[in-house]
Write a protein that binds this ligand. Sequence first.
Ligand code: SF4
Length: 115
Amino acid sequence: PIDPNFDTTRERVEGEEAAAASGEDAEEAAVAVWGPVDPPEKLGIHGTHVAVDYDLCIADGTCLEDCPVDVFTWVDTPGHPESDRKVEPTFEDQCIDCMLCVDVCPVDAIDVDAS
Ligand code: SF4
């Protein structure tokens, strides 16, 4: 499962390195990226209030379909060993802390800091 303490155990990566971990065509990362990253195989944790471990995500997509406020968008990640697309918490500032995404994720790749 995702490490809920990622914002203290990992370092944030920025600039081109973060963009490279956020899909082939991204010019900048839409949300914070917490490393380490080594694209295309290792992409880190994306987001802060709503955080998705890209290295665990298998692109199940239930979180994206079920989120009541449409926090997530798809990002293409060709070459990643788990799946060739991921859910980016693009609109994490809209989150209402319902925890539905955390509950439905089959690989426990999502952490929502509702405290
Ligand atoms: Fe959406 Fe609820 Fe997950 Fe927040 S906790 S991202 S509102 S499903």
